[in-house]
Design a binder for this molecule. Structure first.
Ligand SMILES: Nc1nc2c(ncn2[C@@H]2O[C@H](COP(=O)(O)OP(=O)(O)OP(=O)(O)O)[C@@H](O)[C@H]2O)c(=O)[nH]1
Ligand SMILES: [Mg+2]
Length: 410
């Protein structure tokens, strides 16, 4: 089993509770990977050093610790620069990870679909390749005259290969995305709800319960990487589609956010966001904050959303009262409680009905495909025929109407 030493860098200016929560989360991330933590080295400091983050004395201490035979890496609870990774690796002789690198490793392990695999490879190349490459080139440099020139051309070659591969991955992903956009464009008239929130909040559990599906639920971080879409069950007229997405986490690597943007686009496309938060987690507030920030960063901050305080069964009554006062508009519930699911189901149906307006439209002959879709997915009140086509009176949300008009005009 890969075994690691955790380096806990405590900067004086950091909030103590926040720091403890973040460190605990990093432990959980490492466990999710299936790695063992052989020990923790704590370094309290007022400022970090540019060369190796921690001071030379601590670095020596760390080098001693990694001499334990089974230890093959060190993980820093702090983001490291390329130079720092290189220097620490040189001093210790083992792999060096920081928080973003660990998250990337998990995504790498968990990617199932072709798209997720492409996204992760792209993010890994962008984040890890520069670091690995610097180390690799240095190692090969070796002694002797002339060796330097050889390794540098190696370096150049690798750099070009990485660049080419990034371009190729980008092309493949663009093709996948174009296909998805096309598919979404055709899913006209559907009422869509997206489940989003911090990792391990219970999003997939909620998805399962609302749609009677068997998506993966696991007590680990980033169990879900791909977006799944299913119809709300029992089925409603019109149908409501629910999607489950990748979870958010503090300090999500930027390249990952960019790579997973398309996955989150599914959420952007929804009329309503179900923001799921784990009410029993002491870091509830910062989880809600991080989730809102990520939503802002992908321009989804303005979408209507319902805050779900999930796992309320694991919260004591006194705490529940406080939560109610602090989040008066939120829905306290448990994804594992059938009566809570029923109430949420009703609330979702009501949300769409309340947002619908009644309109008349004519579907000209020859647009049978659109007509079939309207009959399936839109609330039709009246239907008659005249020489222009089929005259319908429907009830639909503004989003649906816009999409429908676009399709009828094309
Ligand atoms: N007590 C309790 N546990 C819950 C509830 N909902 C979910 N869980 C548990 O929380 C853990 C995480 O659930 P998931 O549904 O996989 O969470 P997720 O948000 O999809 O997680 P990721 O996909 O990893 O981001 C599982 O062990 C669930 O059984 C709840 O209402 N109460
Ligand atoms: Mg999940």
């Amino acid at each position: 089993m890969p075994t690691t030493i955790l380096v806990d860098v405590q900067l004086q200016r950091r909030d103590a509770d926040e720091h403890e929560a973040s460190l605990q989360e990093l432990r959980q991330l490492i466990e999710t990977l299936g790695w063992k933590i052989a020990g923790t080295l704590t370094q309290k400091m007022s400022s970090t050093t540019a060369a190796s983050l921690i001071g030379p004395g601590k670095l020596e201490e760390l080098s001693e610790l990694v001499k334990t035979p089974e230890v093959d890496s060190v993980v820093f609870d702090h983001e490291l620069t390329t130079t720092q990774v290189r220097n620490i690796r040189e001093a210790t002789g083992v792999h060096v990870y920081d928080r973003p690198a660990i998250i990337l490793e998990i995504f790498h392990q968990h990617a199932r679909t072709k798209e997720a695999q492409l996204q992760v490879e792209l993010a890994r190349l962008k984040y890890l390749a520069p670091r690995e490459r610097v180390v690799g080139a240095k190692e090969r440099r070796g002694g002797g005259r002339g060796a330097r020139g050889v390794s540098e051309s190696f370096h150049e070659l690798e750099r070009r290969q990485v660049r080419d591969r990034i371009r190729e991955l980008q092309r493949e992903l663009d093709a996948v995305h174009a296909e998805q956009v096309e598919r979404r464009r055709h899913r006209v008239g559907l009422s869509k709800v997206a489940i989003i929130g911090y990792t391990n909040a219970g999003k997939s559990s909620l998805m399962r319960a609302l749609t009677s599906s068997d998506v993966l639920v696991a007590d680990q971080l980033f169990a879900t990487l791909d977006t799944t879409v299913r119809a709300l069950q029992p089925e409603t007229q019109p149908r409501i589609l629910v999607s489950d997405t990748v979870g958010f986490i503090r300090n999500l690597p930027h390249d990952l956010v960019a790579s997973f943007r398309s996955t989150l686009d599914e959420a952007l496309d929804a009329s309503l966001l179900l923001h799921v938060a784990d009410a029993s987690d002491p870091s509830l507030r910062s989880h809600i904050q991080v989730t809102r920030e990520v939503l802002e960063s992908i321009d989804a901050g303005k979408l209507p959303s319902l805050l779900i305080l999930n796992k309320i069964d694991a919260v004591d009554i006194a705490q529940q009262v406080l939560l109610k006062r602090e989040f008066p508009d939120a829905i306290p519930m448990s994804a594992l409680q059938p009566k809570d699911i029923e109430a949420l189901h009703e609330r979702l149906v009501r949300f769409f009905l309340d947002n619908m307006t009644q309109v008349d439209l004519v579907v000209s002959y020859g647009k049978e495909a659109v007509l079939a879709e309207i009959r399936k997915n839109v609330h039709v009140l009246k239907e008659s025929y005249d020489e222009k086509g089929v005259c319908l009176t429907i009830k639909a949300t503004p989003d649906t109407l816009t999409a429908l008009k676009r399709r009828l005009a094309s």
